[in-house]
Design a protein around this ligand. Structure first.
Ligand SMILES: [Zn+2]
Length: 459
């Protein structure tokens, strides 16, 4: 390896005019941060693990000092770095800690904190606290990936995401269902050092797909950063060929796993696909390996990942993903059960010497539970269902070990024939052991769940 930036597009204003300085303070700090993170994640494993142990001791000592909840869990030896000996943190326990104790950082710590929440895809949203450092870390870590992968910084980036908070209020007043914001660079605080393509941010709620595609056609898309569901919606509206017309250089997926049909449709257009495995609670967990699709190099500068238990699904025995967030000082996440199923390897087939997540199934609540204790994947696509029955939206729920309920929105009634067809379709996918209830309704009550999951196991 050599440090050589001759291939990088350097801005004319990259360097500082101050005496005895090279870069301005902010870009200098961010670049320094990028080097530190790459050094930890790709450097010597032993040194990295020593650093992780020290960070783990720090966060355990903090939790134990500031929180009765954590003192109870950690016992008299909070400095222990034997992670596997500690109790698993469930979502219910997390809520209890947050509700009774609030943030564990104080104004005197000099770090701002904010309330944050999950999207509620696994039920009601879970609230917790994050610190200023967590937001800064995430920004630097995502930038670091661009350099670690040697990406072309000159392409544009188009980020299409669900509107949240303030942005959701704005979108709600716009009939086409999305807002557009443009910036000259997507490199954030190092945008003054390196030249990059433009950033276009599209925040949506219920977007009119025709208008959305029209907006996307206005500029070269470059990196398309969105969730697989939105990518699938765009493709089912305009065909996968559109991605080439839009000059998509890469599909960067987040939020959920890319199902095989979508993966093929995009790959067939010659467009690379990279997924990021992350969650609201801790930020980035794994970045998909460039050489071995489906393998995620664990973001070891941020989290320690463990697997617990054994769940048979599609012939594989997967474990539940446990996360320990090394910088979780406002709300500690120590052996936190995210609810996802996956496998963990000691290293990646590509040669990367660090823990690697693969066979990522996603939320255990996306799987169908069988009486014999096994799980199976259960994916029903809207298009398939539309071939047999008309509806505006649908939701399937497993309500008990032998019963599945499907709601079809936009329907006052259903004919006996339609009910028969839908029942046969679901049974063919789920198995004959299930009783199927088909319910017509004018609108589905999604509650406060932002992600409208088409299937959820509720037992
Ligand atoms: Zn790899």
């Amino acid at each position: 390896m050599k440090f050589d930036f001759s291939d990088y597009p350097i801005s004319g204003e990259a360097y500082s005019k101050r005496p005895m300085a090279f870069l301005d303070i902010v870009p200098g700090k961010v670049l320094g941060g990028i080097v530190e993170l790459a050094l930890i994640e790709t450097g010597d494993r032993g040194a990295r693990e020593r650093w992780q142990k020290a960070q783990l001791r720090n966060v355990l000592a903090h939790a134990s000092k500031r929180s009765a909840f954590w003192r109870n869990r950690l016992g008299s030896e909070p400095a222990s770095s034997r992670l596997a000996a500690l109790a698993i943190l469930t979502r219910t326990e997390l809520r209890q800690q947050v509700e009774t104790e609030g943030s564990l950082l104080r104004p005197s710590d000099g770090l701002e904190t904010a309330r944050h929440a999950t999207s509620g895809s696994s039920g009601r949203p879970t609230e917790f606290h994050i610190s200023q450092m967590n937001g800064r870390y995430n920004d630097v870590r995502y930038l670091a990936q661009e350099f670690m992968d040697g990406k072309d910084l000159s392409v544009n980036r188009t980020s299409v995401r669900t509107a949240k908070g303030e942005s959701a209020k704005k979108v709600a007043n716009i009939s086409r269902g999305f807002t557009v914001e443009k910036k000259p660079s997507w490199l954030g605080e190092i945008g003054s050092t390196f030249k990059s393509g433009e950033l276009k941010k599209i925040d949506y709620l219920n977007p009119d797909l025709r208008d959305l595609v029209r907006e996307l056609r206005k500029d070269a898309v470059g990196q398309l950063v969105t969730n697989p569901r939105m990518a699938a919606a765009i493709i089912s509206h305009s065909g996968a060929r559109l991605l080439r017309d839009l000059r998509v250089s890469e599909f960067v997926a987040f939020g959920e796993t890319v199902e095989p049909g979508l993966y093929r449709a995009i790959a067939d257009q010659g467009i690379p696909i990279r997924s990021t495995y992350s969650c609201e609670e801790v930020g980035p967990i794994g970045f998909e390996c460039e050489a071995t699709p489906g393998h995620y190099h664990v973001v070891t500068s941020n989290v320690i990942v463990e697997m617990e238990g054994s769940y048979e699904i599609g012939g594989k025995k997967l474990g539940r993903v446990l996360l320990t967030h090394l910088h979780s000082y406002a709300t500690p996440f120590i052996r936190y059960d995210l609810g996802d199923l996956a496998l963990l390897s000691e290293r990646c087939p590509c040669g990367h010497d660090g823990p690697t997540i693969h066979s990522l199934f996603g939320r255990v609540t996306n799987a169908l539970k069988h009486r014999d204790g096994t799980l199976s994947a259960f994916l029903i696509r809207g298009e398939e269902l539309l071939e047999i029955v008309d509806y505006t939206e649908f939701r399937i729920r497993q309500v008990s070990l032998d019963a599945i309920t499907i709601e079809l929105g936009g329907r006052e009634t259903l004919t006996t024939e339609e009910i028969g067809k839908v029942t046969a379709f679901i049974k063919a996918r789920a198995g004959d052991e299930f009783r199927i209830d088909v319910i017509a309704c004018t609108a589905i009550d999604w509650g406060d769940s932002a992600k409208r999951l088409s299937f959820r196991c509720e037992i």
